[in-house]
Design a protein around this ligand. Structure first.
Ligand SMILES: [Mn+2]
Length: 421
């Protein structure tokens, strides 16, 4: 049946029905004329009204039964389900083929590493070394049996450790000189080189009396400075000498006269005179203030012993009380970085550095539950480009002592003390 325009359909259908032998149903006619079944049925009805004989040629449609409807409904449901599954299958195929494509791409690809050119060491970069010294407590002792063999300390070991610290310092500076020109040194002595007699237990237990401790600390510090002068290859040296809280001669810290009431004041003056008698170009400062400020390139560095704030036993150790304290100090005098001692723990917090100690793990550390740290001091490098660029702990001795080594050490020290008497 050829395609015809709608208006011609009735005439065409009349002609068609007149000519045909019949045996055709409404659905077949509707399909042929591209008409809806309902519309075709109406048109055929009109034609049959005009010419009832046409009715013989039209096959009668059966009215669908309930079973027919159920079958039709089931068939439609099945068709919809199949369509949905087919759609899902197509999506899955699409997804899988994408994955396969990516896998094939990765399997075939041959990565070529990004080339990083060899960087030349810029030996010309100027840098200043800072040697952070504090908390030697060289007149004190730590008996190993009191600290579960985590440490042993007495003046003989103090000497050994301090020698190792100064040797270690010059060695580390030499390593850094592969990449930096390091002509300038600041020795920041931040106090408590002696323990003194400020607590009853120190009076009872210290192997040295405070004046002996002062003389011993002087000898150690002068020995260290001489070692640096001999081997350190520095052109400019500045020494800042600040007292701690332990060397005070008074019951409590006297803020107005902290320096003048300190045994370390005597030591510092002796050291200054001794050094300047042979090396007048070395700048020595004994500040009459708890905080002392120095400038290195564009950094203002605040030096203090570190006893200006209390540890509140909080999470984060001393970091929170320390920061609160430094923030308060900054309202009067802005510093880039704080260098402190006193807390016997190495801590590089970027904006402040707390120094380790030479005495190491003590009865006090153990009683308070402070974490173990080996005895150490600290080297800091400031360069013209980055400011503080290197913080390098200087360890004083091998990391662990066996019980046998400790006992051996005790015997040696006993011999040494007997020889001196
Ligand atoms: Mn202290």
């Amino acid at each position: 049946m050829k395609k015809i325009v709608r208006n011609d359909r009735v005439k065409f259908l009349k002609d068609y029905l007149n000519k045909t032998d019949g045996n055709i149903n409404i659905k077949q006619i509707a399909k042929g004329l591209r008409l809806s079944v309902r519309h075709t049925r109406d048109v055929v009805k009109k034609i049959m009204e005009e010419n009832p004989s046409i009715a013989k040629k039209i096959k009668q449609e059966n009215t669908p039964t309930l079973s027919d409807d159920i079958i039709t409904m089931d068939a439609k449901h099945e068709e919809n389900t199949i369509k949905l599954k087919y759609k899902q299958a197509l999506e899955l195929i699409d997804e899988q083929s994408n994955l396969l494509h990516q896998y094939e791409f990765l399997q075939d690809s041959q990565p070529s590493p990004i080339i990083i050119p060899v960087s030349k060491l810029h030996k010309g970069t100027q840098a200043t070394a800072v040697l952070q010294l504090s908390d030697w407590h060289c007149d004190e002792q730590v008996l190993p049996e009191r600290v579960n063999f985590k440490n042993i300390y007495n003046p003989a070991i103090a000497e050994k450790r301090i020698k190792a610290i100064f040797q270690g310092f010059t060695k580390l500076v030499e390593i850094l000189r592969n990449g930096y020109t390091i002509d300038t040194l600041v020795i920041a002595v931040l106090g408590d080189l002696i323990s003194g007699h400020i607590h009853r237990e120190l009076v009872e237990d210290n192997p040295l009396y405070p004046p002996e401790g002062v003389i011993f600390a002087e000898e150690l510090l002068l020995g260290g400075i001489n070692h640096i002068l001999k081997t350190g290859k520095f052109k400019n040296i500045k020494i800042v000498l600040l007292p701690g809280n332990h060397s005070r001669l008074t019951d409590k810290i006297t803020h107005k006269t902290r320096l003048l009431n300190s045994l370390e004041y005597i030591m510092f003056n002796h050291v200054a005179k001794a050094v300047q008698s042979t090396h007048p170009n070395i700048e020595i400062v004994i500040p009459n203030s708890t905080h002392h400020y120095i400038n290195i390139y564009n950094n203002t560095i605040r030096l203090s012993h570190g006893d200006g704030f209390n540890y509140k036993d909080g999470i984060g150790g001393i970091t929170i009380p320390a920061r609160k304290y430094f923030t308060r100090l900054n309202t009067s005098y802005q510093a880039t970085i704080d260098l402190i001692g006193h807390w016997h723990q190495f801590l590089d917090e970027r904006d402040f550095i707390c120094n380790g100690s030479v005495i190491g793990f003590s009865e006090f550390s153990q009683a308070k539950g402070f974490p173990y740290q080996p005895p150490m001091q600290n080297l800091i490098l400031f360069d013209t480009k980055w400011g503080k660029s290197v913080t390098w702990p200087i360890f004083a001795e091998e990391p662990t002592w066996t019980e046998g080594q400790v006992i051996d050490q005790i015997k040696k020290n006993a011999d040494r003390i007997a020889m001196n008497q």
